[in-house]
Write a protein that binds this ligand. Structure first.
Ligand code: AHG
Length: 278
């Protein structure tokens, strides 16, 4: 897997460069989830595809920006799902964005997810890799340097929740409100990567993207966003569940672009799900 991590580092450096460019425009397409693709999404996707194509152990890749699975090497053992530039519309307002990767053996199932990684493009470029533990690296002088191992506390202080509030179910509203009543502070930029990164680095809290009346299965994609982060949060000592309190790593995607409600955080906050969602 070392070669895969190196390809992720190389892609991150190349994507950071194209984000720095002074202008960009919309491409002509929409992706399968109906999001309008920015040129940056398309270019980031191509960068990652080109770098993964070089690695013979990769059998196939699936990207949020591609409708279908792309076969690479028949003899390969790994499958990779990735979101090349999550939250790309935030580049326009100069907020942080990220790339997310899930590395699976043989099949796209949570139990086969052997490693995950994400990159945050913010004031700094940082890489987080989860295998048996969760490690933070920072880009400096053209290379990624190890910073520290990340671990969540039992309980945090931050509360980040997505979706249109008008469309939230009442039990979700009550859960979110109960955390504010306990003194939790709102932190939500609208970028999954920086929002989850903040909670991870500050030691805990809750990130939730619930099912809503307009999106009964939530918004975030299981393969490209949810499962990679589920592994990272579990390996950091936290929890990652859907609204039925099922481990997200046990949810079976029905299709490549399937979505799910999701709750990530330290143990105390995610355990509140049972009380409010039943
Ligand atoms: P996209 O994949 O279209 O860039 O969307 C970003 C995602 C994710 O990064 C973030 O957590 C969520 O959408 C925010 O959605 P809401 O604005 O509905 O809260």
């Amino acid at each position: 897997m070392e070669k895969i991590f190196k390809a992720i580092e190389k892609s991150a450096k190349e994507i950071a460069k194209i984000i720095d460019r002074d202008t960009f425009s919309y491409s002509n397409g929409d992706n399968i989830s109906g999001d309008h693709q920015l040129e940056l999404d398309v270019e980031s996707d191509q960068i990652i595809e080109d770098n993964f194509r070089e690695i013979e152990s990769i059998k196939a890749i699936s990207s949020e920006e591609k409708d279908e699975l792309l076969q690479l090497h028949e003899s390969g053992e790994f499958l990779i799902s990735y979101d090349p530039l999550d939250g790309s519309s935030l580049v326009d307002v100069n907020l942080s964005v990220g790339s997310i990767f899930g590395i699976y053996k043989d099949e796209f199932r949570g139990s086969n997810l052997v490693a995950s990684a994400y990159v945050v493009y913010g004031p700094r470029v940082e890489l987080v890799v989860a295998t048996n533990d969760v490690k933070l690296y920072r880009l400096a002088n053209g290379e990624f340097h190890f910073v520290k191992t990340l671990l969540l506390n039992e309980k945090g202080k931050l509360n980040a929740t997505g979706g249109t509030q008008q469309k939230w179910h009442s039990h979700h509203k009550e859960m979110v409100e109960s955390l504010f009543q306990e003194g939790y502070r709102l932190r939500y930029s609208g970028g999954m990567v920086p929002d989850l990164h903040q909670i991870l680095l500050k030691g805990g809290g809750l990130f939730s993207y619930p099912s809503t009346t307009d999106k009964p299965k939530g918004k975030l994609r299981l393969l490209f966003e949810v499962m990679p982060f589920a592994l990272i949060y579990e390996k950091a000592g936290g929890l990652a569940l859907d609204e039925k309190s099922k481990r997200l790593l046990e949810v079976e995607p029905e299709s490549l672009h399937d979505t799910s409600s999701c709750f990530f955080g330290s143990k105390y906050e995610v355990s509140l799900l049972k009380k409010y969602y039943g």
